[in-house]
Ligand binder design. Structure first.
Ligand code: FES
Length: 249
C-alpha cells in the first residue's frame, strides 16, 4: 500500500476502504498467555500494539518478540522496545540484525501462539522454520499482504501448468481470457466484475466464488471453510485457473 500511495495516488483519486478485519490479532480465548511474535521491518507495528496492550492492562501475559531488521538504523520503536523489555520481565525482545531468523533464534515454542508479520518473502521462510521446530500450523497467525508473489514457487502448484498459459473464464453469459498465473479475483476485476473483497490474502472468505466446472488451484494461503470446500467454493484472491473454468459469483 505504501508504494501505491507514494507512486500512483494523485489528488482527486477516490478510494474505497473496508474496516479492519481478519484473524491477525490476539484472541484471549484461543491464544493463551504465552505468545511469540516474529517480525520483519515495519511488521513490528502490530507487535508493538500487542506489547502496549500488555503494558497498559498490567497483564502478566508472556510475549517474546523476535524482530529482524537490516541494520540498527532500521529498528522501529528501538527505544520504546528496550524500555518496555527492561521494565517488564514478561516481555522479551530480541533484535536480529543482518542475518536470517533461524529456528535456533526462535527457540522452543511449546505450543505457544506464534504471529508472523513482515515482508511477504519472509512468510514461507518463517513458516518453514516453525514447521522444522514441529510447531503446529494452527498455532501460527500471519499477516498476509495479498496473493503469493510467485504462486508457481509453492510445492502445491500443479506441475506442467505454465503461469502464462491462456485460459477462458466463464461467468453466466460472459467469458473472458486470462492466464493461469493470475489470481481469479484480479482477472474478474480486470473484466468488470466486482466480487466482495476483504483481505485479498485467502483468509477472510469474502471473495469466494463457486467453481461450476474446470480445475482451479488454490495457493497455500487459502483458508477455505470445510463447508465451502465441500460445496466447491474457492477464495478467488488466491485461486488460479488451471484450464477453462466456469464460475458462479
Ligand atoms: S478477499 Fe479475503 S479470502 Fe479473498
Amino acid at each position: 500500500m505504501s508504494n501505491a500511495l507514494l507512486d500512483r495516488l494523485q489528488v482527486g483519486h477516490a478510494l474505497t476502504t473496508t474496516g479492519p478485519m481478519g484473524t491477525f490479532h490476539y484472541n484471549p480465548l484461543f491464544h493463551g498467555d504465552e505468545l511469540v511474535f516474529i517480525a520483519g521491518g515495519s511488521g513490528v507495528v502490530p507487535a508493538m500494539s500487542m506489547i502496549r496492550d500488555i503494558v497498559d492492562s498490567g497483564s502478566e501475559r508472556r510475549f517474546r518478540l523476535i524482530y529482524g531488521s537490516r541494520d540498527a538504523g532500521d529498528v522501529i520503536f528501538a527505544e520504546e522496545l528496550a524500555a518496555v523489555a527492561d521494565a517488564h520481565p514478561n516481555i522479551t525482545v530480541e533484535v536480529v540484525l543482518d542475518r536470517l531468523i533461524t529456528s535456533e533464534i526462535i527457540g522452543p515454542l511449546d505450543g505457544r501462539m506464534a504471529y508472523i508479520c513482515g515482508p511477504q518473502q519472509m512468510y514461507p521462510f518463517a513458516l518453514a522454520q516453525l514447521q522444522e521446530l514441529g510447531h503446529p500450523r494452527r498455532r501460527v497467525r500471519f499477516e498476509a499482504n495479498g496473493p503469493p508473489a510467485d504462486p508457481t514457487a509453492q510445492e502445491s502448484w500443479p506441475s506442467g501448468v505454465a503461469p502464462d498459459s491462456v485460459v477462458t473464464v466463464s461467468v453466466g453469459s460472459r467469458s473472458f481470457e486470462t492466464t493461469a498465473g493470475r489470481p481469479l479475483l484480479d482477472a474478474l476485476e480486470d473484466n468488470g466484475f466486482t466480487p466482495e473483497v476483504g483481505c485479498r490474502s485467502g483468509e477472510c472468505s469474502l471473495c469466494r466464488v463457486r467453481v461450476v466446472s474446470g480445475q482451479v488451484h488454490s495457493a497455500d494461503e487459502a483458508k477455505p471453510r470445510m463447508s465451502d470446500a465441500t460445496a466447491g467454493y474457492v477464495h478467488s484472491c488466491v485461486a488460479y485457473p488451471m484450464a477453462d473454468v466456469t464460475l458462479a459469483l
